[in-house]
Write a protein that binds this ligand. Sequence first.
Ligand code: ZN
Length: 338
Amino acid sequence: MDILDQLGQLEQDAQRELKELSSLEALEKFRVRYLGKKGELTAILRGLKSLSTDQKRQVGGQANKFKADLEFRINEKREELLAGATGEVRLDHTLPGRPYHHGHQHLITLVMDQIVGIFQRMGFEIADGPDIETDYYNFEALNFPPDHPARDEQDTFYVENDRLLRTHTSGVQIREFEIRTPPVKIIAPGRVFRNEAVNSRSFCVFHQVEGFYVDTNVSFADLKGALEAFCYEFFGEGIKLRYRPSFFPFTEPSAEIDVHCILCGGKGCSLCKYEGWLEILGAGMIDPNVLDAVKYDNEKYSGYAFGMGVERMALLKYQVNDIRLLYENDIKFISQFR
Ligand SMILES: [Zn+2]
């Protein structure tokens, strides 16, 4: 008999026999007889090597199709017999479960909530402002006159009619001062924009948390107290702070604040560029001109303000070395931080 006929015959026999099987043992015997090492189909497949190339292709193709089909039918029959045995669909409890992915906060949101939470516990209220801001709230009322060189450090994206994407959350200060009378103690988290080259340390969109407090007798000591309390809670008890004189148009005096390098503890490492310190935020006493602009009596009231970049805090606290990772939304990266 021709080998193809032989194969066809085998297929017919197998189908007929399979239908009549009524136990798992019989099914197993059937499987071994056809597909086992010494099985009938296996024997045909083994014999392929003595055939011509043409025959090989023809017989091999059909035999493999038959094999796959038979494996499928045997599994189907097994399910049928198992279901018959218990009277219900059988669950295989040994199969691995399907992973269930819990959503969670993104690292930026996580850190923003940590920062805001700490200040809320110190009595700060949360306020919000628009992402698209007017020149007045973003610059002018904050003591950045139109030709002030400090504007150059905050190049942004302009929308029509004197509107721009805000470069900082400081404009919220003015918006809140206009509708409140002191004491005003507010934390303003939000998204900000800068027309900057994208690299491992800066991005064109990022987040800031601005804080400000105006009342009678608010001093630089109050500012130091608030920032130290914040850093202790955010980075850990005992972290050291350093104040460096700086310049911001809307605060006077102004300072940039560094913390002791959290990685090397101040000895010097690549994170702190061997300086032992990491810059974390800018702060200062609110310039009397700013209080004037919102018609607060600057003889009676004083206040402080500070602002920090959320991404920067996240990178430092969780030791991430590239800000772009925060925006790529790679699940493997994101799911490390919960
Ligand atoms: Zn270091």
